[in-house]
Design a protein around this ligand. Sequence first.
Ligand code: SF4
Length: 383
Amino acid sequence: MTNVTTIETDERLGLPSASGMERLIACPGSWKLEEAARASGYNEESQWAEAGTRIHKANETGDATELDIPEVELVERIRTIENRLLKEWMSEFNLSEESIQIRREHREWIHSGVMPVASAKLDFSATAGTRGLVLDLKSGRKVVSVPARNWQLRAGAVAIAEEFHLTDVRTAIVQPFAKSSPACDYDPASLSVCQEMIVSGYHAAVEGTSERPLHPGIHCEFCLARYGCAAIRESMGLLQKFHASRWDLIASEDKKGLWLMAKSVGKLSEDIQKRIEDELDENPSAVPGLMRKPDQKVRSISDPYLAVRAITDLLNGPLSPDDFNEIIFIGVGDVEKLVQSKLSRSGPKAKECVNDLLRGIIEFTPKRGSVVAVNQIKESNGI
Ligand code: SF4
C-alpha cells in the first residue's frame, strides 16, 4: 500500500512518471520491486544526477549562480540546441512566434478515463494550435534511446497531447555531449497507440491486474531492485548453464532470449565492477582480496600549436599531408559537430553540408551493423 505521507509530498502522486516509463513498459514487475526497495530506505543519487538537477534548474530559471564555468557553458549549449530545434519545428509547420506557448519543467498528466495513471514533467514544451513540441534535456553522456523508441518522450508526447488537445507532437532530445538523433513526429494514431500501451503498462505494473512479469534487459541498468532481482539471478544461472553446454545444441529460437540476458547481465556486471572500484578508491582495503593497481599517468598534448612547431623543427620542415595524417585523425562526425555548433545547423543539415564540402575525399568503409532486438513496435516514425 502506498504511504499517505509519501503521496502528499510526491508531486507524482505515487504514480509512474515518464522518467521510469521505459522500464515500466519493458518490465512491469519492476514497479512494485522498486517501490519496495525505496520503502526499505534504498535509493541511489549519484554525483552526476546532482549535477544534472543543478543544470536543469539553471536552464529553467536562468540563474546560473550555482554552476561552475563548464556547467555554465553547457547550459548555453543546451539553450542553443533548444532554440535550433524550436526554430526548425516552427518553420517546418509554418508556426508564428505569436502562436507559440512555451513551458519549462511543467508536469502534465495521462489519464485512463478520469483517473490519472502517470505523469510527465517536461523539461521544455511548446504548443501552437493543435501541434506540440517536447524536448528532453540530457546533460550527461549516457546513451539514451533515440526519440523514435523512447518511452520517456512518448509519455511526454501523450501527456501534452491530452492536456492541450493536440493532434500532432514532435519529440526530440537535447544532449550536447552526444550525437544528435532525429526528432520523431507523432500523429493522432501513434499517440493513441502509445496512450493505450502506457495505460495497460500502468494496469499491469501498479494495479497488478496481470502477473507483473519480470523481463530482464538493458533497462535493468538503473533499476533499484537489480541486486536482489530473482529474474536477474535466474538469468545468471541460465547463462552459466548455456555456457557449459555445447553451442551447437542451443536452439535458434532460444538465442534471442540468451542475447538479451547476456546484455542485461553484462550491464549489471559492469555496474558491480564500478561500485567495487569506487569502494576501493574510498578505502583501499574495503574489499578483502582486491586492490587497485598504482595510478598511472596518461600523456596528452595541452598546446597543439606548440606541438606542431616542435615537430616541424625536428623534421626540419613543414609537415607533409602524410605526416599530418599519421598524427591527427579527423573524423567526419567531428567535422559535422563543428558545423553544427559553429554554423547552428541541424544534424541532417550539417551532414549534408559536410558531405558536399568533403565530396571526393570521404572514404566509405564497410562496417558491420550491431545486433539489436527486433521490436514489435514500428520504430521509424512514432509507432
Ligand atoms: S532488475 Fe530488471 S528484471 Fe529485475 S525488476 Fe528490475 S528491470 Fe525488472
